[in-house]
Design a binder for this molecule. Structure first.
Ligand code: AMP
Length: 217
C-alpha cells in the first residue's frame, strides 16, 4: 500500500496518516516532521528549511525531492508507506513518480481530504503538539493535560511556530496557489479520491478505511 494524503494544512493529514500507518504497519512519512526534527537538531537541512517554514512558505523543491528519495530507501518502506505533506507541488509529484518508476513501484491512491477554510484556521490555531513525540492536541477538541505535559511521553506541549494566525493564513494562500494543481495531476492519473475531512477523527478514519477496504476486495 503506497498512499498520499493530500489537503490544505490542518485538514488532518497527519492524524489520519498515523492511524492508517499503524493499522497497515507501514510508516507515515511527514515531511513537515522531518524538517522540524532537522531544525531542532540544527542540521544543515534544518538551517536551510527554517527560514521558509517560519514564513509559511514552501521549502524549495530540490531539497524536498532529495529528502524524500532518501527516506523512501529505508527498509521500513519495503511494504509500503503513507506520504503526509509530500508532494506539495507538481514538480515534486513528477519527481516522485519518476523515482518510484525507477524502482518498479507506484502510488496506489491519493486521498484528498477537504475541510472548509474557516474550520481549518480554527483547527490550526488551536492545535498544540508534543515537542518530544509529536502527539497532537487541540485546545477545543482534545485539550492537553493541565500540567502541559504529553500524556504519552511527558514531553512539553507547545504551539508550532507556524500555527500562528498570520502564518496560517500564508500557508493556506501558498496551498491554494501551488498545491491545488496537484489534484488535477493525480485526477488525470485516475488516482485521486476526494473525501470529506469534516467530522470526528474516527468518522474520517472510517471513511478512508471503507474506501480502501472496498478496493481491497
Ligand atoms: P506540515 O507539517 O506538512 O504542515 O509542513 C510544515 C512546513 O514544512 C510547510 O509549511 C513547509 O514550509 C514545509 N514543508 C513540508 N513539506 C514540504 C514539501 N513537500 N515541500 C515544501 N515544503 C514543505
Amino acid at each position: 500500500m503506497r498512499l498520499i494524503i493530500l489537503g490544505a494544512p490542518g485538514v488532518g493529514k497527519g492524524t489520519q496518516g498515523k492511524l492508517l500507518g499503524a493499522s497497515y504497519q507501514i510508516p507515515n512519512i511527514s515531511t513537515g516532521d522531518i524538517l522540524r526534527t532537522a531544525i531542532e537538531q540544527e542540521t544543515e537541512l534544518g538551517t536551510k528549511a527554517k527560514e521558509f517554514m517560519e514564513k509559511g512558505e514552501l521549502v524549495p523543491d530540490d531539497i524536498m525531492i532529495g529528502l524524500i528519495q532518501h527516506r523512501l530507501q529505508f527498509d521500513d518502506c519495503e511494504n509500503g508507506f503513507i506520504l503526509d505533506g509530500f508532494p506539495r507541488t507538481v514538480k515534486q509529484a513528477v519527481a516522485l513518480d519518476g523515482y518510484l518508476q525507477s524502482v518498479n513501484k507506484n502510488i496506489n491512491y491519493v486521498i484528498a481530504l477537504e475541510v472548509a477554510e474557516k474550520k481549518v484556521i480554527e483547527r490550526l490555531t488551536s492545535r498544540r503538539v508534543c515537542r518530544n513525540c509529536g502527539k497532537d492536541y487541540n485546545l477545543i477538541t482534545n485539550p492537553p493535560p493541565s500540567n502541559n505535559r504529553c500524556s504519552l511521553c511527558q514531553g512539553k506541549i507547545i504551539q508550532r511556530s507556524d500555527d500562528t494566525k498570520e502564518t496560517v493564513q500564508n500557508r493556506l494562500k501558498v496551498y491554494q496557489g501551488k498545491t491545488k494543481s496537484l489534484k488535477e495531476y493525480f485526477q488525470k492519473q485516475g488516482k485521486l479520491i476526494i473525501l470529506n475531512g469534516e467530522g470526528s477523527i474516527e468518522q474520517i478514519q472510517t471513511r478512508i478505511r471503507s474506501f480502501l477496504d472496498s478496493k481491497d476486495r
